[in-house]
Design a protein around this ligand. Sequence first.
Ligand SMILES: NC(=O)c1ccc[n+]([C@@H]2O[C@H](COP(=O)([O-])OP(=O)(O)OC[C@H]3O[C@@H](n4cnc5c(N)ncnc54)[C@H](OP(=O)(O)O)[C@@H]3O)[C@@H](O)[C@H]2O)c1
Length: 315
Amino acid sequence: MNIAILGAGGVAAALAWALEPLSPTVVSRSAVHRIQLSGPVVPQPVVRTVRWHPWDAPASPRWDLLLVAVKCPALPAVGEWMERHAPEVPALLWMNGMGQEAALARFRHGPLFPVVATLAVRELERGADRRHFQLNSLGASFLPQSAAPWVKPLAETAERTAAWPWVMLADAKLVERRWIKLIQNSVINPLTALTGLLNGAVTDHPLFSLASPLVGEAEAVARAEGVPLPAGMLSEVKALARATAHNASSMLQDVWRRHPTEIDSINGFIVRCGLRHRIACPTQRVVWRLVRQWEASWGFEAGNQSGVEPERERT
Ligand SMILES: NC(=O)c1ccc[n+]([C@@H]2O[C@H](COP(=O)([O-])OP(=O)(O)OC[C@H]3O[C@@H](n4cnc5c(N)ncnc54)[C@H](OP(=O)(O)O)[C@@H]3O)[C@@H](O)[C@H]2O)c1
């Protein structure tokens, strides 16, 4: 099976390591020939040579499966790549947030399968063709049962190589998982990004008083979408922040690096979904807008894939 991992960041590195026996190829903008992983999950730091293929190469090998491991603002670039190099190939979307399928709809692509990933990995440094990552945890990945024919050999390999559990869920259960993760991200990501605090410290900051309305608004939208959620989501979010106390959320890391964030696919997605159901989400909208303004202040036309300007929306 010829597997392409699109992206060369934290999730791509974890996939390249865990799936090494299947010889996946990393497809990325800059050359990556060696990946180093250290941190609590890998007691002995590992250095691995990886196969690399340039993102902008005019031709591609014939791929059997794509593992998309970029941040959401890169989806248009992913869509163009898929249309050009693998328009019928199934793709697993290893991404936070929601709305990826809609963002890719205008491109020719194969079947898309969202994955809910709960690992924690971040880039420490990069050299000319080498990247070093800190792997803090390898929590379970949840994948749709409908992707089983492609995913089974990968799941077995990830378990064997890295003791990384990949769990297949019925599609409806996966939707529920995605919403739970979305709600967690809609609180922890923007509030850590806006305060500059690690996950553990943010719960003691006055801005964390927004957590309750953020969760309440997102729950109302999920209910309108027909998604059942467990009770006690707010306590779950607090517990998750404390359990990952020493982690910097991915949005905070994007702020540190002045990279476009995934705010449009997290809080922006909830607001847009709320609009369709005539549910006002004022707190979700405020944090969406604040992070967007921040991105604009460091020179991005914000990573907005929605085509909806927050200030032009009406509820
Ligand atoms: N990291 C985690 O612990 C974690 C956990 C759960 C879920 N996730 C989710 O997984 C996804 C990937 O996260 P990550 O942490 O791996 O991200 P990351 O470390 O920021 O890596 C993103 C990759 O995307 C590439 N990229 C960005 N813009 C691009 C473009 N226009 N064209 C081509 N490539 C582009 C980057 O390229 P360069 O290498 O050239 O910069 C980089 O290799 C995100 O949705 C994230 O929320 C992450």
